[in-house]
Design a protein around this ligand. Structure first.
Ligand SMILES: [Zn+2]
Ligand SMILES: [Zn+2]
Length: 121
């Protein structure tokens, strides 16, 4: 039985490791969002730009996590944790993406001069 979710429920939260693309609320860049990992799934925001091995190395040196973006013709895309074993195995043919790190300067959009009034009722 499916219940309609209450309207206050934040449906932007990812419920699985299925990748959704959305805009970063801060810098308005497109990002990929998914839960990564099965034990303590991490709410992950990643840049949708595939990395070359060198770019991945640079990203990791910057302290960013990288993920495999698994794209399968019959399945929804998923973000997979890219553990050292997986990298060392050397036969990974996934696209590699890195954590989204916000650019410090927020995009010049939506002036916040007129905040939404509280409209709970
Ligand atoms: Zn992989
Ligand atoms: Zn951002």
């Amino acid at each position: 039985m499916t219940k309609k979710p209450p309207p206050w429920l934040d449906l932007s939260a990812p419920l699985s490791d299925k990748v959704r693309s959305q805009l970063c609320p801060r810098c308005r860049q497109p990002i990929l969002r998914a839960l990564v990992g099965h034990v303590a799934a991490l709410d992950t925001r990643a840049d949708p730009k595939p990395l070359t091995p060198v770019e991945e190395l640079i990203a990791r040196l910057q302290g960013r996590w990288t993920y495999c973006l698994r794209i399968h013709p019959a399945l929804p895309p998923r973000l997979l944790n890219r553990g050292p074993e997986h990298i060392r195995a050397g036969n990974c043919r996934h696209l590699v993406v890195a954590d989204h790190h916000c650019t410090r300067t927020p995009a010049p959009a939506e002036p916040h001069t007129a905040p939404e009034p509280d409209r709970l009722f």
